[in-house]
Design a protein around this ligand. Structure first.
Ligand SMILES: *Cc1c(COP(=O)(O)O)cnc(C)c1O
Length: 375
């Protein structure tokens, strides 16, 4: 999809917010614990490369992504720090892992055996590939299930001339919840894994943002994988209080492209789901479901001149209509997410309207919306 610059709809990314969120986190970390910035899914919609570059200036020492292509994007942009791919990369792509000097996740013994075969045939290989062994302590997604399996995997890696054991990690399923019981179950399982090994790799890591924010006294490891907190979003929604003020990095804004007075009993939008109950001022905003502002946003309100204006009628592919309290000039700023004259709409509020989490809101904002970076 082409990025649409010639339209007033923009996602504004505040680099200062990204930096301060990282700095605040780095300051809390015990000495020797590193912060890897998680920039998967195009930096949660904030732009992976720009976010990574900003994170570097604030103290991040490495990066995590979800896929091989995301890692390659960072390398192509000139990022030279360690990059860990968190999900499984098929062994058939290992030549790319070598070429781009990436660290990858290993979750099964079969993968290791297959990878050994592939690596034997890679003649151009110079450095061994860097392996992070994933222990599944209760997320039930990917990883080795028992300490014995982890031990066995580590032995295979260490015996392979083409592999180096660089990391060991796990992932918590409930670190963002007020009830710590299951987090503790997972933490003790990870401790059991650690205690059965006679030595540990360079990186041991277990913390996503929520673990770093709310379990920082007990989190095992010497690196954290800091994602959503960097973008200024509270991982728990608002269930748990932030230990420091997280500053939202993204604003979503547009402008009114038409303003008109409709008579009473006029229809607005496809399906005529809205009829003006009386004479009303209606504004049109150039953003729609193709931008990731989905149809279910009907009924939510946007900010114009510090006033909440309801989205009336169905959200179209490229436009939507709002009810204005009075006549407003074409070109007036509309805030969909962010602050506007003393009022604010948060990503969390958008998520609540849709019955989802803010992670999903920033990820579904489509490529059509330009990301504009500000200090
Ligand atoms: C996405 C992800 C993270 C980052 O999670 P946040 O909640 O955004 O901090 C960390 N670790 C793994 C394995 C992930 O998939």
């Amino acid at each position: 999809m082409v990025v649409t610059y010639h339209r007033p709809t923009r996602a504004i990314i505040h680099r200062k917010a990204l930096r301060e969120n990282i700095r605040n986190e780095v300051e809390r970390l015990p000495k020797g614990v590193e912060l890897f910035a998680v920039v998967k899914a195009d930096g949660y919609g904030h732009g992976a490369v720009a976010t990574a570059q900003t994170a570097l200036t604030a103290g991040a020492t490495g990066f995590c992504v979800a896929t091989l292509d995301e890692a390659i994007e960072l390398r192509e942009a000139g990022i030279t720090e360690p990059i860990l791919v968190l999900s499984v990369v098929f062994p058939s792509y290992l030549s790319l892992v070598v070429d781009y000097d990436l660290s990858i996740t290993v979750a099964t013994k079969d993968w290791l055996l297959e990878a050994q075969e592939v690596l034997k045939d890679l003649t151009e290989m110079t450095e061994p590939i860097k392996i992070h062994i994933k222990a599944d302590t209760g997320m039930g997604r990917i990883g080795f299930l028992t300490p014995k399996e982890v031990q066995e995997a580590a032995a295979i890696v260490e015996a392979s001339p083409n592999m180096v054991w660089e990391g060991l990690f796990t992932h918590f399923a409930t670190a963002d919840e007020a009830d710590f019981t299951y987090w503790q179950t997972q933490a003790s399982r990870f401790q059991a894994v650690l205690s059965t090994l006679d030595h540990l790799p360079r990186y041991v890591h277990s913390s996503n943002s929520a673990t770093a924010l709310w379990h920082d006294k007990e989190m095992p490891g010497n690196m954290i994988r800091y994602g959503v907190g960097m973008y200024g979003l509270n991982p728990s929604g608002h269930e748990l209080p932030e230990p420091y003020n997280l500053q939202p990095a993204m604003e979503l804004v547009s402008e009114l492209i038409q303003v008109k007075k409709l008579a009473a009993d006029e229809g607005v939008g496809y399906g005529k789901t809205y009829d003006t109950p009386k004479e009303e001022w209606i504004g049109t905003v150039p953003i729609g479901y193709a931008d990731g502002w989905v149809r279910k946003m009907q009924g939510f309100s946007l900010l114009v001149d510090g006033e909440f204006c309801e989205i009336i009628g169905r959200v179209c592919m490229d436009q939507l209509m709002i009810r204005l309290p009075k006549e407003v000039k074409v070109g007036t700023k509309v805030t969909l997410i962010g602050k506007n004259k003393g009022q604010e709409i948060t990503m969390q509020e958008v998520a609540e309207h849709l019955g989802t989490i803010h992670y999903e809101i920033c990820c579904i904002l489509s490529e059509r919306v330009p990301r504009i970076y500000q200090e």
